[in-house]
Design a protein around this ligand. Sequence first.
Ligand SMILES: Cc1cc2nc3c(=O)[nH]c(=O)nc-3n(C[C@H](O)[C@H](O)[C@H](O)COP(=O)(O)OP(=O)(O)OC[C@H]3O[C@@H](n4cnc5c(N)ncnc54)[C@H](O)[C@@H]3O)c2cc1C
Length: 390
Amino acid sequence: MADRPRVVVVGAGIVGTMHAVWAQRCGWDVVHLERDDEPRSATVRNFGLVWVSGRATGEELDLAVRARDLWEAFASDAPGVGFRPDGSLTVVQRPDELAVLAEVAARPDAATRQVELLDADETRRINPAVRGDLLGALWCRADAVVEPGRALGALRDSMLGASNGGGPTYRYLGGRTVTAIDTGRVTDHTGAHHTGDLVVVCPGAEHHAGPLADLLGNAPVRRVMLQMMQTAPLAERLTTSVADGDSLRYYPAFDVPARAAMEPPAEVVERFALQLLVSQRAGGELTIGDTHHYDEPFDFACDETPYRELAARLERILGAPLPPVVRRWTGVYSQVADGAICWRDQPADGVWVITGPGGRGMTLSPAIAEQTWSAHLGVDTPDPVGVGAT
Ligand SMILES: Cc1cc2nc3c(=O)[nH]c(=O)nc-3n(C[C@H](O)[C@H](O)[C@H](O)COP(=O)(O)OP(=O)(O)OC[C@H]3O[C@@H](n4cnc5c(N)ncnc54)[C@H](O)[C@@H]3O)c2cc1C
């Protein structure tokens, strides 16, 4: 057997999984530890949006474009990821919102984002399900979607396949709560030790207690809770993901002069930091959100007010009643508060901790993990983009 270096990755959300993917591709054996049998945190609760359109010009946009290409490349080896290059429509219903879109579409980086301003008829041509009330939309062809409920398993299966095919080994150990982390050694709740040349810890929003939280020290990270819901399948295909005009208030890409002139947010928008985002699952169901709650402890119950508001907004855009809502849930992500892309630190020799990508972690994780391996660990990262399925 080849004498390969070994990494122990802790946390099997998308950030940990992408670090494992890159490790194996770089020729490292991987031991992957996860508290739950199957991960059930932020990654499986999200929209699955690979969202380039809203990213800030500069490093964040460059990383998002790279990440989108990496998602596509990894999905060619792991089709269960469900990557679909569907693009998105940010649909607006008021002239002040349209003015923001016009400025965004005229920016020098519009080509990088692949954005284009559409009038109402053009919008309906791109997405015929959008039959309701609208003035126009920003069409972003770079945006894409993956299946959050299946992506982690598909990536793990692909690593296992490579491992069984004679590549660097991949071993997933679910149902193991990590209780101690030292240089070269991780201990789980069964008392088992897992040794490696490197330890990579991706704890998600585990900020408050335990050995993973201890690694974060005084990192400038906060937790954010969101409310989400899902409908029964919609009879027709949404050919793009959809956002509404209130999303312009949050994403840095929309920070153009016209944004300052937007009408003040409605009371419900301000109270729940609400915007409409919609992605369609492979089976036709609509994943709909979201709200943002910053004050801890988070309420244990879901508030019905934003759900009613979001459903009414989507019905207005589609010009049709929604299928029944069949699932509601909350999710919590970790967000770095110092303007960085994520929190990436080496709290001990050979121990790295990476978290805090906020509401863009599903999008950016392939590129964040590539950066860890190439820029921070100095490892040669073979570029999978454009190579095709192996
Ligand atoms: C509702 C919602 C919607 C979102 N929508 C999008 C979107 O559409 N697009 C986008 O780009 N981003 C989105 N995000 C953000 C994105 O989901 C997160 O940034 C990303 O999933 C974070 O991944 P992670 O691996 O860091 O964390 P997690 O997915 O939380 O994974 C961390 C893992 O670590 C494990 N763990 C913790 N402690 C231990 C321990 N002691 N031992 C072993 N394992 C441990 C946990 O069990 C967990 O599985 C959304 C987030 C939420 C909550």
